[in-house]
Design a protein around this ligand. Sequence first.
Ligand SMILES: Nc1ncnc2c1ncn2[C@@H]1O[C@H](COP(=O)(O)OP(=O)(O)OP(=O)(O)O)[C@@H](O)[C@H]1O
Ligand SMILES: [Mg+2]
Length: 290
Amino acid sequence: MDQAAVLRQLARTEKQLTTKIITITSGKGGVGKTSVSVNLALALAAMGKKVLVFDADLGLANINVLLGVIPKYNLYHVVKGIKTLEEIIIHTPEGVDIIAGASGFSMLANLPEKERQNLLHAFDRLTGYDIMILDTGAGVSSNVTSFTLPAHEVVVVTTPEPTAITDAYGIIKAIILEAPNKQIKLLVNRVSSSLEGKKVAERVINISSQFLNVKVENLGFIYEDENVVRSIRRQKPYYLLYPKSKASSCLNVVAARLLNQELPPAGEGGGLGQFFRKFFSLQNKNEAHL
Ligand SMILES: Nc1ncnc2c1ncn2[C@@H]1O[C@H](COP(=O)(O)OP(=O)(O)OP(=O)(O)O)[C@@H](O)[C@H]1O
Ligand SMILES: [Mg+2]
């Protein structure tokens, strides 16, 4: 079994358990994938979802840096039987759990069958998550595409920079060539105005439609916000440090869109809101297909 097949099997396992897998990727590096992954996970958790963030970045495991936690163990130790999957999961008080893949996945393709089965069974037992967010490294490499193809949804992050836009188109093309029906959503990070966000999204959506015949969905935008930089320096996600910031507000919109529901009114408890949340989460589950 090659790496993509392993991941597909993994995704299938997750699907049975109704965990929705969202992969965050980009063409160009440094556009904000990790920052989006962590803060989006927190926004989804704030909306009542149980979220697992999988740090699949094969370079630096920088989710940990963002959160100010240094995991002692990662997937490697699970594969080697030193730790169980449950033991390497980092729990945060906000309801977001984290798995450090580190260089773990690069060795998956070469795992002996027994170790591979052990890992898959470990993931089988990992239940109770509504959403798994996979943070990848940048670029059109087989590693990135094998993380995007098995996902239910792929979010391509770009900035308004022309090179980032070109590379966003490049990664969309690479994904579509391998999986023509893959749902791809675009998120424009670091915009100076909503108009800029709209224009950049339209550009990518239009060229994708024209040259690839694929309908990329506009997931929205995140403002350029100095609180993001400040929060990185303080090693705490901006969604927690600056919940009222422009970037956090944008993430609430993005998270709500991902859940396919309108933002619930502030302070809403059970009742109708709860009913519709369940309704939409069922819809999400029905829509989640490989
Ligand atoms: N909305 C924003 N406003 C201001 N600065 C931002 C914003 N989003 C990201 N940044 C800046 O961009 C930098 C890179 O972000 P991040 O590490 O999340 O990118 P990445 O795509 O994960 O990078 P890599 O490709 O190396 O994994 C951050 O350190 C931060 O300084
Ligand atoms: Mg990153």
